[in-house]
Each structure stands twice: as C-alpha cells, then as structure tokens.
Design a binder for this molecule. Sequence first.
Ligand code: PEP
Ligand code: MN
Length: 261
Amino acid sequence: METKIDTKIFVGEHRVVDVSGIKIGNGHPPVIIAGPCAVESEEQIFKTAQAVHKVGAKILRGGVFKPRTSPYVFQGLGKDGLIILKNVADRFNMPIITELMDVEHLDVVYQYTDIIQIGSRNMYNYSLLKALGDVDKPVLLKRGMSATISEWIMAAEYIAAHGNTNVILCERGIRTFDTYTRNTLDLSAVPIMKMETGLPIIVDPSHGTGRRELIKPMSKAALACGADGLMIEVHIDPDSALSDGKQSITPEQFSEIMDEI
Ligand code: PEP
Ligand code: MN
C-alpha cells in the first residue's frame, strides 16, 4: 500500500467550483460537458454544440492544442480553433473547456476559455501546474495515465499551493495490463478523491474506455458512485473524426445517454 502524502489545502472539506455561474461539486446536479475531441471546423463545432446543448449539456469541450501520440497526425487548429469554439459557444451561452499544453499558450487559452484543462500527459508538468496558480480560472486536472492517487492529489495541491484553489479533478482511466479497453476507468477514484481532497470530480468515460459502446454504461456508473459530472466526446460523424473517433459518440447516442441519466 502506498502511503498518502499530507496535503495542506485540499484536506477533505467539500468544495464547489463555479464555472461562469455553473456550480460543480457537492449538492449540485451533475454537470455534463460534451463536444468533440478536437475542434475541426466551425460547422462541426456548431452542429455539435447545437445538438448537445439541446439535450442538456452545460459546457462545450473542444481541443485546439492536441497532445497527439504521433507527430504526423492532426495537431489541432490552435488559436484559430479556440476563437471558433468561443464564438460558437457564445451563441448557445455555454462556457467552454480546452486543453492547455504549454505555459507558452497560457495567455491565449486564458483569454478565451472558462475552464483550463490539464491533460493526462501534463499532470506531472510541475512548472505548468505552478503557472496555473497565478490564474483565477478553474482548472480541470486530469489524472496522469499512470498516476497514483497520491501523485494526483499532490498535482492538485501544486496548483493550490501556488494560489489557485479552483481545481476540478477528472478521472480519465489509467494504464493497466489489460489492453481490451484503451484505459481502465478507475471509478474507485471518485469516492476516494472526494473523501481525501473534497474537490469536485468529473469522469471522462471516453478516454477512460476508448470504446464508444462503453460510454453509456460507464456514464451511469460514474454518476452512481458520486461523480459531480461527466465529460463525453461527441462528434457529428465519429468515423471521420480527426482524433479519437473510436471513442466518440454521435449526438443521437449522446441524447440517449442524457435521457437515461
Ligand atoms: C482529451 O480530453 O482530448 C485528452 C487528450 O485527454 P487525456 O489528457 O485524458 O488523454
Ligand atoms: Mn480525445
């Protein structure tokens, strides 16, 4: 058993994070974040936003700086994509979330986004975490793909220790011996992280499983064990998506999930 590292700020008292008026955390209804893995075009984002907004998604997601495993594939539209995402979201009055990969892009991401996403690959990027301490916007901190609970807690603590306590956790699956799924979604992290830190926690069943047929059952399971929300990848045409098509669901499939949860 690993020993828990002592925290100074996130000591288990329940916290609620306010995202442009939407409250995430204890005592508030689960918040559903939806949208494509990556912003590909204005039409793609508009159609997706329209569809997910209609069935109750509260926050629009879309990556523009993409941490792709291969350097030879689509890397995201960068600032142009961010402006498209922001303009479309404004038409539906939805806050947005996008990933920040590098301190270099902090100013531009800060300018447009409502939540700054720190991806799994950057959970251990302590200089990036420190830089977020100076920022007054909520940070969604994804679990590193091989991060222990203690490491993840201390990554959150890094952001807080440097001045920003508006942290939302995101369980997105961890690497295990099994490769049937892209990752193993560790739902035990939901009650554990709530107990240990008191922070709101969102579950991402898309990266957590890598398979679209598992999004519905794992979404239900995540809410059943106390998740404060979900982040789901939705694409108007998953099979032609420029990233993460296999785990993306159609707006129709998303609507079905929203009906059932
Ligand atoms: C994403 O949300 O598209 C993403 C890249 O997630 P993760 O950092 O969990 O792999
Ligand atoms: Mn993705």
